[in-house]
Design a protein around this ligand. Structure first.
Ligand SMILES: [Zn+2]
Length: 221
């Protein structure tokens, strides 16, 4: 029998997810009976096994002593020890102190918390350096929101927010600046038409090269 975590929500249908670590989650409407949920999981056993297999064979970030973390385009080696939670950059090392150094989830949560704190000044700096021209054109500086997104590097909302993916911190500064410039150009052109590309070419002539930096695989298998 498959172990799974059941999450009740306002949704209307059942949904199955296999997480990165192979755990299974079922999202179900409030009224769905346990029997119904179990039948659903049983009926998708093969799909679950296939997903778990795929997740296991996919290269993934490890969160343990000696593992490598890509930080702004450079590899950092995690130096994980037991202690009061503290994460600090020290040359090519990322020193991580956590109560349970053997628990990858604990290490991950400490490092991601640290990354989130680094993100704000780094992202604000990139916006600051590149917004000047837009300011002269009379545009209002968008407000930064930092997000963990699965499929996008960034977005610009009509309500005045620039959303940036926290994972940009893994890539070189040139790649972050490219994403910020791309979103800022949406202040003037909401689509990706010729006007948008002409503005990108004018503001950042080497943007195509910078874009390729985001296509490099981060983690070695
Ligand atoms: Zn765009």
């Amino acid at each position: 029998m498959t172990d799974y975590q059941l999450i009740r929500s306002k949704r209307r249908s059942l949904e199955l997810r296999v997480l990165e670590d192979g755990r299974v989650q079922v999202r179900a409407p409030q009224r769905a009976s346990l029997r119904m949920v179990q039948d659903f999981v049983d009926s998708r056993r093969q799909w679950i096994a296939d997903q778990q297999q795929r997740q296991a064979s996919r290269p993934r970030q490890r969160w343990q002593d000696g593992a490598t973390l890509a930080w702004r385009g450079e590899p950092l080696q995690m130096d994980v020890c037991e202690g009061r939670t503290r994460v600090a950059l020290s040359g090519p090392y990322l020193s991580v102190r956590v109560a349970e150094p053997e628990q990858e989830m604990a290490v991950r949560s400490a490092v991601e918390g640290w990354m989130r704190r680094q993100a704000k000044p780094v992202f604000e700096d990139s916006i600051e350096r590149q917004f000047h021209w837009f300011e002269q054109q009379g545009f209002v500086r968008p407000t930064l929101r930092i997000k963990k997104m699965r499929t996008r590097w960034g977005s610009l909302s009509a309500r005045g927010y620039i959303n940036l993916n926290m994972a940009l911190l893994h890539y070189p500064a040139d790649a972050l600046d490219y994403v910020v410039m791309h979103e800022l150009c949406h202040l003037k052109h909401m689509d990706h038409g010729p006007g948008f590309h002409a503005l990108m070419d004018a503001r950042m002539p080497d943007w195509r090269h910078r874009k390729t930096l985001l296509e490099q695989p981060l983690f070695q298998p």
